[in-house]
Design a protein around this ligand. Sequence first.
Ligand code: ATP
Length: 510
Amino acid sequence: MNQDDLFKKVIAHAKEYGFIFQSSEIYDGLSAVYDYGQNGVELKKNLRDYWWKAMVQMHENIVGLDTAIFMHPTTWKASGHVDAFNDPLIDNKDSKKRYRADVLLEDYAEKLRQKAEKEIAKAKKRFGDDFDEAMYRETNPRVRKYLDEVDATLQRMARSLEAGDLNDVKALIEEKGIACPVSGSKNWTDVRQFNLMFGTQMGSTAEGASTLYLRPETAQGIFVNFLNVQKTGRMKIPFGIAQTGKAFRNEIVARQFIFRQREFEQMEMQFFVRPGEELKWYEYWKEARMKWHQSLGMDESYYRFHDHEKLAHYANAAADIEFKFPFGFKELEGIHSRTDFDLKAHEEHSGKKLQFFDPELGKNYVPYVVETSIGLDRLFLAVLSYALQEEKLEDGSSRTVLRIPAPIAPVKAAILPLLKKDGLPEISREILNELRFDFNVQYDEKDAIGKRYRRHDAIGTPFCITVDHDTKEDHCVTLRERDSMQQERVPIDSLKSRLLESLSMSTLIK
Ligand code: ATP
């Protein structure tokens, strides 16, 4: 399946099997806003739990928090979001389509990078075992030309954005001959800055109301509570505070399904460290987070780091963990060394001290912060698009299967009476009532057994438990495993322990 087709299939599958619906669909939908259906909500919850377990439960020095979406408006002045949370936008005058100027340039650079990679792959094939890739990258004139052009473009863009020189960003787009993907024309407007925060009003009368923002990230709720948590939890540096929750951004170009939404969910952890130790912790968390991703069982080649050329106003180092989505490598998680920027800014704007007394050093300081920030919806999309597979079977037929890691799957087991009679439904329901204390299980008696297996393959149910006439005699059921489709007879009494072996999240974390 080519990548475009795969992406279309993922979107269609997500809808058909109750994972994701367009928001307000009966009113023709709301752009870049989505709802999670009966299976989606389970998968999303499991991914959130898996993150929480790995970050909070498995770390003595990380605690959780749940702060409000509304915050005092000065928060966003202090954090820099009012003045600097902007994207540079540009319109094509012919198609009337709007783009992020930085994304146009990054896509241009990515195409060149891919050309270089193609050359390298060709050479690798030609030279076989003797091929010295590093040397080829450095010395082959064609590859060098592409890669130098990538560096020059991204560096100039970073400089211009940093300096607020939007004219030069436009000039760069024109010089590179970048055309609108829709109209094919190079007829561009000037580049303008656009603030991504949604504003709203709190208060009953127009005069008395104050303007609030819907939070564009969950991190600031952690920063303003830094001392509350540190003091009441008697936390010692280094320590972390983790939170999951909704964030809102008025994205200029919202496309690619749930990858870029206007309302989405973040899972963030702010790790407070001694000044001067932040880069050590930054490296630590880069590696720890990559390991966590790989524990989900997706192939290593689907991940890569991307170190930032253009650092945000608060950072002294930043990298993304990118995932190979069906539309290419894109950011899944950000790891940022945020310095003491946020806590210092909140000290200045609130007049309150946000410092830690370090007993070992015998002094107060404003801690430095390393952040890990992942979009839950993007993680969902990564897992769903990787898991969805069309499989040819030995008998020539095919099946659609979602190979979601078993502990994360929405439904853990389906209990299926072979027939709707002879007491088989009753035995099945007994099993259901026993297992549902520990697992999200479903009872299903409609259609032939093969069809029921397929239905559960398509939503990623790792186990099907079939009750047949022999069950009445031997008190055993047939346990069918989703990926291998292998079946074994298992005593009803040992079902729970058998399922726990495969379904516990600890098997992934370990
Ligand atoms: P991008 O460059 O793709 O706009 P970002 O660098 O602005 O992302 P961060 O501010 O670092 O993103 O946010 C942390 C994480 O939140 C991202 O890694 C991503 O997974 C998620 N995220 C950000 N914006 C969105 C969005 N509009 N929809 C869904 N997830 C998002």
